[in-house]
Ligand binder design. Sequence first.
Ligand code: FE2
Ligand code: FE2
Length: 237
Amino acid sequence: MAELVHMNYLLVSVMNRFGIRLGFGDKSISQVCKEHSVNIDFFLEIVNSFHDKDYFPQKHLQGFSIQLIIDYLSKTHRYYLDEKIPEIEKLIDQMIIECYSHNEHAHFLKTFFIEYVNELISHIKKEDEKVFPYSINIENQFLNKKESENQYPTSSNYSIKEYLSEHNNIEEKLFDLKNIIIKYLPSPENQALCSKVLSDLFNLEKDINDHSRIEENVLIPKVKLMEEELSNRQKKT
Ligand SMILES: [Fe+2]
Ligand SMILES: [Fe+2]
């Protein structure tokens, strides 16, 4: 397991989402996964697709349960809102003081960041409160034929297609934020701090890209197939 971190230290945060913390000594991946009751196949697919952007086992990932996929996606939401965003916010505050002390426009950086955070919060809230419970409900109905006959019509006024059409690109604003620092603000007085913020923003952008890829290419097609199957079952009754 330690080798995974040596290969890509950003995987530490992915491991945290599975409840796996550093300090695993010489234990193998399978030992650590077993100890934490983590599905090793799912863990490896997530780790590999996070590490290598060209590796995306879409069909294989769709083979895992919606509950398992959503559990991972929800933990990723918590990581963004409870850990990464507060951390970056603190750095941006520090940056305005230490990097642009003579620039009267530097506080726009904070305003822009807050706008981004509000967008991210409402994006995540919608998924946590509407899309994910709906998807779990569809899977429950799919797995239990009897229940599905009674329950599907009540949820049929919403479809996962709606989510796909509205699934907005939350990385765009992050790109603009990076550009303010890279292009529009003057040279920073504290270059090291500025580099640290930029590298955090690049890493967050990569993480969110990976997250959205799972939502759009794994979760949505899987729920869509189940919706179709449930609707076919209904027609037959
Ligand atoms: Fe999400
Ligand atoms: Fe999303």
